[in-house]
Design a protein around this ligand. Structure first.
Ligand code: AMP
Ligand code: MG
Length: 535
């Protein structure tokens, strides 16, 4: 007898929805249920779903068979048209500080959680549909998402994962066949756009704002329940009991968040909307909206045109992460009733961020370790990059090809060849010529001297740099080009971009067209550099 492979999807298990307090009312009627952390609400069906992308490696890691990945049931479930076995769809309640101001209850306004699957490594992963219809937390909005923002989320979360940065993942990108009305430029011009749903995957979607909402309501009992749940399930290594354990938890969140901010900083990623509801309790990159990646090195840059004061600009992200951690600390204070130990842990953020940042920059420069004298080396390089508007990604990537150590050893003879590999990192309006070239040569000779003093041999150094400095990042213009092609019915550029982004540190020859700096036309083209929050 041969056994047929099962076409039925593996059943989901419920952790959050089973262990945390639920709202007794079901369905999407707008409300603010006291003492509840979620409300059960089914996805609203869509007209004509089709996969634009299905992440087969992630699906396989979640235990889905090829037959299940190819079957109709998966598409129906990921579009919200079918019921995944074991799913108890629910939206979570949370609050948040938006642009520095307490905004009250927010919650999953357009995200519906299905339940958890165990991955190949034994970790439970939650599945969540973003854009699957209204929930009790939709606050009058439609619960839907447009293709352009869903595509951006899917592409960037997968790129982030391949870059080695903690992030929520994308299992699928489904076009719904339904139009969604949006005022894309916030200028009163409301237009229909194609709707889409991303299935996001993460060990948890719990945010700082979950804790803040309960603290704002002075709901100690539910806060204690949430905290114990998160500690038991997601921080099994914590030591101590009671309040000591809660402090250990806070310290672990501070460290993960510092590490994440350092990784963003060394890759030139700007999240764009670092409200406390967009910070993951696990230190994952979450909620991809008007994000961007530095093209020219401009520390004051933010891609978010709605952020007029530049609160969430590149250079500010670590300070904002710490500000958000202070809000989390304020929430935990309700249980701990002692500010001093929370403050002392929060004060440790800066040193943790610095240490991580230094370690990562040492590797970006190919150094075995960061020494005190390297502070000036890095700062001076960044100053040169800022002055010339050098491309952040390309400059570090091509630095590995610069014969800096050789030039230091050989002097004048090799000096001429020194800057050539970097020329691709310079934009046309500030080329690597004249006095600028001399300043760069001087810095590169200093760098060469530093490399000479480092124990690593040149090939180890180059390998280390190429493993830390990506050749490819999902620049906004690349994703916009994919979107333009999709709207013409051409999926090939999407597949090509996703494949290339899966190997950002070791591109294949066919990835070459994606590896250049941002072209001049993209500087002002909508969606290619800066974006509004409309999604
Ligand atoms: P964001 O700025 O994307 O983090 O969203 C802030 C809050 O608004 C979250 O609670 C979202 O769930 C909610 N939200 C954003 N867009 C929509 C929408 N189209 N429908 C319902 N809720 C939304
Ligand atoms: Mg959000």
């Amino acid at each position: 007898m041969t056994l047929e492979p099962s076409l039925a999807l593996p059943p989901l298990t419920q952790h959050y929805a089973r262990l945390l307090p639920a709202d007794p009312e079901r369905g999407p009627r707008l409300r603010a249920p006291e003492g509840a952390l979620h409300s059960f609400v089914d996805p609203a069906p869509v007209a004509n779903p089709a996969f634009l992308a299905l992440n087969r490696p992630l699906g396989e890691a979640l235990g889905l068979s090829p037959a299940q990945l190819d079957g109709d049931e998966l598409l129906a479930c990921l579009a919200g048209n079918g019921a995944w076995p074991g799913a108890t769809p629910f939206a979570m309640a949370y609050g948040g500080h938006q642009f520095g101001t307490w905004a009250g209850q927010l919650g999953d306004g357009r995200a519906i959680n299905l339940g958890d699957l165990q991955d190949h490594e034994g970790r439970w992963q939650s599945l969540q549909l973003k854009g699957a219809g209204p929930t009790p937390y939709s606050r009058g909005a439609d619960g839907r998402a447009v293709l352009r923002s869903s595509l951006r989320e899917y592409v960037c979360s997968e790129a982030m994962a391949a870059l080695g940065v903690p992030t929520t993942r994308g299992l699928s990108l489904v076009q719904t066949g339904d139009p969604v009305l949006r005022d894309r430029f916030y200028n009163g011009d409301v237009r229909p756009e194609p709707g889409a749903i991303v299935c996001r995957v993460a060990e948890s979607f719990i945010r700082f704002g979950h804790f803040e909402l309960l603290a704002a309501r002075q709901d100690r009992a539910t806060l204690e329940t949430l905290l114990s749940y998160v500690e038991d399930r997601h921080f099994p290594g914590l030591t101590g009991q009671g309040k000591d354990r809660h402090l250990a938890f806070y310290e672990a969140v501070c460290q993960r968040t510092a590490d994440l901010a350092a990784q963003w900083s060394t890759l030139g990623f700007v999240h764009g909307v670092l409200n406390t509801d967009n910070l993951s309790i696990l230190g994952l990159t979450i909620d991809y909206g008007p994000y961007g990646w530095l093209d020219r090195y401009t520390p004051e840059w933010t891609p978010n045109t709605s952020d007029h004061g530049g609160r969430y600009r590149y250079a500010q992200q670590a300070a904002i992460a710490q500000w958000n951690l202070a809000q989390l600390g304020n929430a935990l204070y309700l249980l701990l009733e002692d500010a001093a130990p929370l403050q002392s842990i929060l004060n440790g953020f800066e040193a943790r961020f610095r240490d991580q940042w230094r370690g990562l920059f040492a590797h970006k420069l190919g150094l075995s370790r960061f020494e005190p004298r390297d502070e000036g080396l890095v700062t001076d390089l960044l100053r040169l990059m800022e002055e010339a508007g050098t491309d952040f990604t390309l400059c570090f990537r091509h630095l590995a090809e610069v014969p800096a150590r050789e030039a230091f050893l050989e002097g004048e003879a090799a000096r001429e060849a020194l800057t050539a590999p970097l020329s691709r990192a310079f934009y046309a309006n500030a080329p690597l010529e004249g006095a600028r070239q001399e300043s760069w040569q001087a810095w590169l000779l200093r760098y060469g001297a530093r490399l000479h003093a480092d124990p690593a041999d040149p090939s180890t150094r180059r390998a280390r740099m190429n493993a830390q400095n990506p050749a490819l990042i999902p620049r906004n213009y690349l994703t916009q080009q994919v979107l333009d092609a999709l709207e013409q019915g051409d999926r090939a550029p999407l597949d090509q971009l996703l494949t290339a982004l899966s190997r950002p540190y070791a591109p294949a020859p066919e990835d070459a067209p994606l590896l250049g700096p941002r072209p001049a036309w993209a500087e002002t083209h909508p969606g290619c550099t800066a974006l509004s929050c409309s999604s």
